[in-house]
Design a protein around this ligand. Structure first.
Ligand code: SF4
Length: 198
């Protein structure tokens, strides 16, 4: 039988990044999946999505902090994400989730509450200053409602004590960046402006 060469865990610096799925509720204009096969030389297209056990087997050899990130929306695989996060918390590692914030909308229940105690830090892509502009770049399966669902999720993460950051990329106008900063303040989240990398 041919060995499965899918990349479930990829290392950037000292941190292991976990690649749970290629599926996503958005289809962002800027998504790396539109133009490439992965990051830093890792091919992140999956022939088969990993089980939690597949990932834990790799982490057993390298018990570092982890980030759940790409090549798709990690919270779509919420059961596997929680199982891996519990394993990492158990050995004392730090857990971060990079997400589009649609988890509760996708699963139809309060996912932020389920992540409390398992995910230390969540970074949510705010992207734009209002629902119309957001939808124009992310093409969410929820249409403009995707913006509200993302902000509700951010509020819930703050409520459950998860260190929560809303982020934008510095391709939007300075006025919109200030609006986004106020939105993050209103939600009670931290705010980060990321530099655009082509
Ligand atoms: S939310 Fe992330 S994975 Fe999904 S389309 Fe946008 S950039 Fe790609």
């Amino acid at each position: 039988m041919e060995a499965n060469l899918d990349t479930y865990v990829y290392k950037l610096g000292d941190v292991n990044y976990i690649n749970l799925t290629n599926r996503c509720t958005n289809d962002c204009e800027f998504c790396l999946r539109r133009t490439g096969d992965g990051v830093a030389g890792y091919d992140l297209w999956l022939k088969q999505e990993p089980t939690a056990g597949d990932i834990i087997k790799q982490l057993e050899k390298d018990k570092t902090d982890v980030v759940f990130c790409g090549y798709g929306e990690p919270t779509i695989r919420i059961d596997e994400l929680k199982e891996v996060a519990a394993y990492v918390k158990n050995y004392g590692g730090h857990t971060r989730l990079n997400t589009n914030g649609h988890a509760s909308a996708f699963h139809g229940r309060d996912i932020a509450q389920e992540l409390a105690g398992l995910i230390d830090e969540v970074s949510i892509s705010l992207n734009e200053a209002d629902a119309r502009k957001y939808e124009a770049v992310v093409h969410s399966r929820y249409g403009e409602d995707g913006f509200r669902y993302m902000l509700d999720f951010a509020r819930d993460c703050v409520k459950y004590g998860i260190h929560t950051t809303l982020s934008v990329v510095d391709v939007i106008s300075p006025e919109d960046i200030e609006t986004c900063r106020r939105i993050a303040q209103d939600v009670g989240a931290h705010f980060r402006v990321r530099h655009y990398i082509s």
